[in-house]
Design a binder for this molecule. Structure first.
Ligand code: BGC
Length: 329
């Protein structure tokens, strides 16, 4: 029994609670212990460090970051915060949205891929909120905003694959990638943005879905993957034009390559979805999905076609502007 459970148990004994309230109390304790155990196990045993070749005299940061707060309140973005100037709220973040802890060596190096188009207010809120959490998680990270250029149909698969390739050109040793929808704000900082042994679906409980996973195959929203697994499944399909489907295709790829999808407990993997107008729905997505297992090796990061139009280093993010071309007729 851990220290928390012991203290709580002696509270039960000392206060001489009735048998029925004792049963309820100890049930609550059991479930707390269970969730806590899963959480500690997933961080300590499962998250092998993903930093490589570091020439430093610093000691590793502790396995469980000491400043985590647990459940969070989402604050409004202050009026004085803007993405067009340097942020006085994030003074430790370096240009290009890069951060590493000063006092210890991060155990994890992570690239956050944010596919994006046309949602400036949401991007502002996302960056304001997310940087603070990732710093408390003591990660070595950089946030990449990968924007699709022009007013063509959105193709999230091409944007993410293009972004993945460009990141590897800039920082070839990046071992861990987190694909992150811009409209999701994490509301519990114990949900670590790191890459365990298997792909890990991090957005399990979203307020829009009443904090339940809508279906077992869902890997959309926020997904963490090691570089070798992204390459093994050949990244995302490039055949989904418009909203939806590319994440379901990713799940089919993960299964086809005999990987598992891990999930943190729902009590921790919680998100608020910011309100926004949706991209145009892809009516063909279910039809395309039926051929996912056939296309896996011929449609993905190994043959993605795109043009990188621009790379800009803003204070809170590295911006890639990507032309995905026209949807085939
Ligand atoms: C879509 C997915 C989406 C999910 C949850 C499915 O119908 O195909 O892309 O992530 O709904 O919104």
């Amino acid at each position: 029994m851990d220290q928390y459970a012991q203290t709580s148990m002696s509270y039960v004994q000392e206060n001489n609670l009735s048998n029925s309230s004792r049963r309820i109390f100890s049930k609550k304790l059991d479930s707390f212990e269970e969730t806590y155990k899963i959480f500690v196990h997933s961080i300590v045993n499962n998250y092998f460090p993903t930093v490589e070749n570091r020439n430093t005299s610093l000691n590793y940061c502790p396995p469980i970051p000491p400043d985590l707060q647990g459940p969070l309140i989402i604050h409004e973005v202050p009026k004085t915060f803007s993405l067009t100037s340097n942020s006085s709220y994030h003074t430790d973040v370096q240009f290009g949205g890069y951060y590493q802890p000063k006092a210890c060596l991060a155990r994890h190096k992570v690239a956050i891929i944010v596919p994006y188009r046309d949602r400036w207010d949401i991007l502002t809120h996302f960056l304001f909120h997310t940087h603070q959490i990732l710093q408390r998680q003591q990660l070595d990270y950089r946030i990449y905003v990968c924007e699709q250029a022009f007013n063509t149909t959105f193709n999230k698969g091409i944007v993410m694959n293009g972004c993945f390739k460009e990141i590897l050109k800039l920082e070839p040793d990046t071992p861990c990638f987190i694909m992150h929808d811009v409209d999701l704000l994490l509301i519990d900082d114990r949900n670590m943005y790191t890459c365990p042994l298997y792909p890990r679906h991090l957005s399990v409980a979203v307020d829009k879905f009443k904090f339940y996973l809508p279906y077992a195959q869902l890997v959309g929203g926020v997904l963490a993957m090691r570089r070798e697994h992204y390459l093994l499944v050949n990244g995302y399909s490039t055949n989904y034009w418009g909203w939806g489907g590319e994440d379901d295709d990713m799940h089919a790829r993960i299964v086809k390559k005999h990987l598992k999808v891990e999930r943190p407990p729902t009590s921790i993997a919680r998100y608020k979805m910011l309100k926004h107008t949706h991209q145009k729905l892809n009516p063909a997505r279910m039809k395309v999905l039926r051929t996912a297992h056939i296309r896996i090796d011929s449609d993905g990061v190994n043959n993605v076609k795109y043009n990188l139009l621009n790379t800009t280093f803003y204070h809170l993010y590295t911006h890639f502007l990507i032309d995905v071309g026209e949807q085939p007729k």
